[in-house]
Every structure is written in structure tokens, then in C-alpha cells.
Write a protein that binds this ligand. Sequence first.
Ligand code: NAD
Length: 358
Amino acid sequence: MKNFNIALIPGDGIGSEVVSEGVKILKEIEEMDAAISFSFAEFPWGCEYYLEHGKMMADDGIEQLQPFDAIYLGAVGYPGVPDHISLRELLLQIRKGFDQYVNLRPITLLNPSLTPLKSKTEKDVDFLVIRENSEGEYSGAGDWLYKGKPEEVVLQTGVFSRKGTERIIRYAYEEARKSNRTLTSVSKANALNYSMVFWDEVFEEVGKEYPDVETYSYLVDAASLYFVAQPERFEVVVTSNLFGDILTDIGAAITGGLGLATGANVNPERNYPSMFEPVHGSAPDIAGKGIANPIAAIWSVSQMMDFFGEEKWGEAILSTIKTILKETEQLTPDLGGQGSTKSVGDRFVELLKDNRIT
Ligand SMILES: NC(=O)c1ccc[n+]([C@@H]2O[C@H](COP(=O)([O-])OP(=O)(O)OC[C@H]3O[C@@H](n4cnc5c(N)ncnc54)[C@H](O)[C@@H]3O)[C@@H](O)[C@H]2O)c1
């Protein structure tokens, strides 16, 4: 019997609504698979906690999370707390504190009706974006000088260390080799004459160890265009923190929207827990209405199961997502249905049972 210890951080807005449905799926897996069990501990951190305690998480939050096998997070951020505080003091704190330097974001079209792209099918939109997740443009380095004065200056420094750049690029080459896919690096060396020239050099340098991997290199502006016009160009993509953040929202747009986009924050060495979360935020515009799409959060459970080495469950969840996506009426309004967050979760459990693999 394998027991996995999961820390739940539902967070703000629709975060808690979608995490409940993900937990429902985990409990169903436990029910169906006698070899697996989960224990959960929930942490109340987020914007409400901030308004009460003046901080986004407990002072020893990172120590409290350390013993877990994984963290399952909903979303963080809400009106009333500045976004740069909520993001930096919880989400980025965990990503950095646990050296989750790999962000894995699959851009996979699971049903052809979900893409706004004319004449593109599942075959054309199926790739993985590997985003650097620990430094780069999001390192938080910089300064704010002469605040409020006419000579005011702000500096936001992109930090690209050799270690940080090499390890994400190496991870991507390994992934491309393992899965026999091409690897595309996205950068911007024509304008960012230090960081991205360095990035391109490291991409080439590390590539010498992987002569079997076919590579491409695009500027981020061209890559944005290709994401929309020719997504079939991509198989595995590696890029920096900021570019990956933006590009994967384009990825979400061509595969059905934010309600379907997932991301895993991984510490490959497994020295620390990894974190699984939908890409979307707390969606204050629909929070509390019970209509948030839980499928992105459920896909995160699939990524978590893969990470635990329980790929059969990862695949079963993914194939159940494909099945439920055919039932348009049952889906949430963002996908044209009339379902609720809870009814989609309940239907998912029924379908997963039909898909049972044990
Ligand atoms: N990882 C995170 O925790 C994360 C990510 C992005 C934004 N945020 C935070 O969330 C807050 C809102 O940000 P935003 O509005 O830019 O982005 P958002 O992702 O919350 O919402 C963008 C749009 O997509 C819709 N949407 C998002 N998820 C959905 C779902 N599961 N089902 C149906 N519709 C969905 C929303 O209703 C909204 O119209 C901000 O405080 C922001 O900082 C957090």
C-alpha cells in the first residue's frame, strides 16, 4: 500500500471550489485502487488569511509544507490585497522555497470543438511547454528609486544564472530525448542583449550533448504567432519564466480556455515537495457562483499521479477528461454547458468509475 501525503492550499475565489472537485477525484481513486491511499492536510493561507494576519502564509509555512509528498493548490489573489503581494508571498514563495524550477504546462487539444483555430485538430495542437520557474524575469530583483519624485526610476532585473539556465534547458533536452520529440527554445536575443544571448548560447552548448534531439529556436514574438497560426510546429518547448507565463495563456486559448489549463511546479530531484495547480487565477468575476470549470484542477490531479509514478491513473484521468468534454450540456458555462462545478465533478467520478483500470 502506497500512501501519499498531500497538502491542500485551496487559496482564494474559485480556488477552493475547484480543489474540492480534485480532492473528490483523489478520494475516488483511493476507493477504486486498494494499493493507494492519500492523507490530506488543509492550509487556510491566501488573501483572507492576509487580511486577518497581515501575511499570506504562516511564518514557518515552508517548514510546515516540507514533509508532504505534494502540494495541491487552487488559486491565489483577490481584490483587496495587491496582486504582487499575494503572488509573491505565497505562490512564488513556495515555488522558490522548494526549488520547483520546472513548470510543466501541457498544451493539448482534447476535443477538436474546443479550439478557435480553423482547421486545426488534436493532431496539430499537442505539445509541452517547459517554463523556467525559479528565476529569470520573476526573480524579484530590482529597485524603486526616488519614489513619487519627478526623477522616479524603477529597475526590474532579469536574473539568469548559469546553474538555473543550464538545468532547465537540460531538463527539456532530456524530456525531448525520452519522448522522441523535437525541442524548441523560445527567447529574445535581438532585444535582450545579455539574458537572452546567454540563454541561446546555453541552449546550443547543452545541445551538443544531445545530437539526437532535433531543435528549433524562435524569438518570442514569432513563437506567439506560430502558437496561433502553426501550433503543429511545436512538440517540446523550453522558455524563460515570463515568456512561458504569457505563451501558455495563448496555449490555453487555443485548447479551450483557462478552465482547462494545468501546470505542475516540479522539483525534479525530489528534495522538496512539488506543487500541482490549475493555471487560472481566483476568477473573482465568477467566484461563489458555483460555475467555475473544475477540469483544469482535475487535470492537475492527473499530473500529480504521473509524478507519483501512478501513470495509469494519470492516463485514466486524462482519458476521462476527453470523455466528459464530449458531453457539452453537462459542462460549465465557459465551455458552453449548463453544469456547475460540483455537477461536473460528480459526473467525472461516474465516468472515471466506468474507466476503471484496477
Ligand atoms: N496561479 C494563481 O494563483 C494565479 C494565476 C493567475 C491569476 N491569479 C490571480 O487571480 C486573480 C484574478 O486574475 P485574472 O482575472 O487575471 O485571471 P483569472 O484566471 O482568475 O480569470 C481570467 C478569466 O478567466 C475566467 N476563468 C478563469 N478560470 C476559470 C475556470 N476555472 N472556469 C471558468 N472560467 C474561468 C475568469 O472568470 C475570468 O473571466 C488576480 O488576483 C490574480 O493575481 C492567480
